[in-house]
Structure formats: structure tokens, C-alpha cells
Write a protein that binds this ligand. Structure first.
Ligand code: FES
Length: 103
């Protein structure tokens, strides 16, 4: 099982396991139970899966993400929606994301 690193607003810093068939939102779903996370189930219409890519992934959102990211707080030029970021082929321990709307 591969892992990537996650840092939340309060500085909680942990590694999460993922499969190649996951996307970032799915991989973090159990970690953020009870939080505003993945509310639309990956349909790209809620933006609760907003992450900031620190390293290890493209920072260019697709057109559907762009339509949602305009409504997010804490948006940066490295913002992505986790449900649109497939993890297939991402090397173990290469990805780091911040989740600025969750403590
Ligand atoms: S889960 Fe709703 S936009 Fe990603």
C-alpha cells in the first residue's frame, strides 16, 4: 500500500494509505468523517474536497474544477479538488497536500 502526506489547518500532519484506483478525495474519506469533505461523492459540484498541492501533483485544475474553485475560501494557485485528482501512477510518498478548511 502506498501513502501520501496530509497537513490540515491546525498542523495535524499524517500519512494516508491509497490504492492506484483512488483519487485524493476517496483516499481521505475515512480520515475526515464528520467534516465537510466529499459531500457530493466526487461529482465535482461541492468543492468540499478542496486541497492545496504542496508537491507531487499537477496544480492545473480542469475546467469543471475551475468552475467550483471560484467559490472556495483559501484558494491558492496550487488549489485542486481532490475528487478530480486520480492517484494511479503517483509514486509512493511523493505527494503532499494541505487541507486548509479542516482542523
Ligand atoms: S467531492 Fe464534491 S467536488 Fe469533490
Amino acid at each position: 500500500m502506498k501513502t501520501f502526506r496530509v497537513i490540515t489547518r491546525s498542523g495535524r500532519d499524517f500519512n494516508v494509505e491509497y490504492n492506484d484506483s483512488d483519487n485524493i478525495m476517496v483516499a481521505l474519506y475515512d480520515s475526515f468523517k464528520g467534516e465537510p469533505w466529499g459531500d457530493c461523492g466526487g461529482s465535482c459540484i461541492c468543492a468540499t474536497c478542496h486541497v492545496e498541492v504542496v508537491e507531487g501533483y499537477s496544480t492545473t485544475p480542469n475546467e469543471d474544477e475551475e468552475d467550483q474553485l471560484v467559490y472556495t475560501s483559501n484558494r491558492t494557485d496550487r488549489s485542486r479538488l481532490g475528487c478530480q485528482c486520480e492517484l494511479d501512477g503517483i509514486p509512493d510518498k511523493s505527494l503532499v497536500v494541505k487541507v486548509n478548511h479542516i482542523d
